[in-house]
Write a protein that binds this ligand. Sequence first.
Ligand code: AMP
Ligand code: MG
Length: 472
Amino acid sequence: MSISIPFDNSYTRLPSQLFRRHLPTPVPTPRLIEFNQALAQDLGIKNTSQDIELANIFGGNTMPDGADPIAQLYAGHQFGHWNPQLGDGRAIMLGEVVGPLGRRDIQLKGSGPTPYSRNGDGRAWLGPVLREYVVSEAMHALGIPTTRALAAVETGQPVQREKAFPGAVITRVAASHIRVGTFQIMAARQDLDGLKALYDHAVARHYPQANDPLAFLEAVIEAQAQLIVKWLSVGFIHGVMNTDNCTISGETIDYGPCAFMDNFHPMTVFSSIDRTGRYAYGSQPDIIVWNMAQLATSLIPLMPDTDQAVADFTKAVHAMPDRIQDLWLETFAAKIGIDDPQPEDAALINSLLKLMSDQNADFTNTFFDLSQGNARDQFTDRASYDAWHKGWKTRLNSNGNAEKIMQSVNPWIIPRNHQVESMIQSAVDGDYAPFHRLNAALKSPFAKREEDQDLSHPPLENERVLATFCGT
Ligand code: AMP
Ligand code: MG
């Protein structure tokens, strides 16, 4: 085999109740759609394989040397409701690599049923696989912590959803796949040995400086606060912020019905299953606090004095909204060119956001245009914008750095939902050119380029995608 993956599978050395050894189910005719050679290099993978070899490996037909495939166990609160057992129902981790990026999990998703599949088929169809590939790589290019995409393979086997779709497998790379829900299941089962082993593993892997569960909780809270504010800063809506889709590492994970907002409105939702707007754009900062409270609860059995633990953990969780607010102010101030944010700048930012939501201004284009000097064209009531603009200029005063600051944080293009949907439709029809083009363009989201002008356009009324289905 002409691929060498430097595996070192530390998770399989944890207590066996945390996972099950399980092989991917072979697929009939795997065909490579994409292999992320640059990422492979960063992982320390040596590859001179033909596409067909890569398709067999990343389609789940051939196991590379050193792999020790497992499905991981976890539980979670889904839309607030406790589900006592979930786990990798259609994902199989091949193992961990240690390379220039540090330790990373390599996981196939869509690779067949596992002991945790419940009634699912263990498969994924092409649409969600391509969506995850494009959006996760775009998030990385935007500087947002995220799982990465190493490969996408068509399986040659149809997958039955609302109708039959082409099947596919995505290979996902993560700092780890440990979720809030992984801690929850050990705590709920009162499995103190499992919980302790998981905790030690997670500390060593992600927060080696944390010397007790409180410090660990605070580190996860900080990582998640930073992550959620980064999502807000680019108009990203995750769509399913269940505790099983919330990582300990602070990386974005599980790109299901996710999407970027076009016109700004804080209550924007795309997921067709999110009927109450629990996971709307503007609710994400509240939901993450709720998720961190669930993590805190799961860590309590690790503490010698329960009452003291409850008091300390409660304090840590209650401090999170203020921390998010501080990060939000810092981040959105930079979006309007301010690098010394003051509390009163919040009003200036919020009045811009209010104008944007009242006038359906495009989120990305408004901030990008500001970084070019003026966003007037994004507004219908120009007088109201002009008044804001005047106040803004006064605040910036003689800050000569403003444009530079804004240009480093306000992207020109993002993976717009209508473009992602139309890319998926083309691929289903056999044309992968839009997939390759989107991927290539989104590697450089900040630089304006003539040939990619169309990618900066918001959807026309008839192109607008109203819901993204979870039928993944
Ligand atoms: P998700 O909504 O993708 O975060 O998945 C929630 C849970 O459902 C996880 O335990 C998944 O492994 C499981 N799941 C989702 N889709 C499937 C499928 N097609 N087959 C088996 N399990 C699935
Ligand atoms: Mg999930």
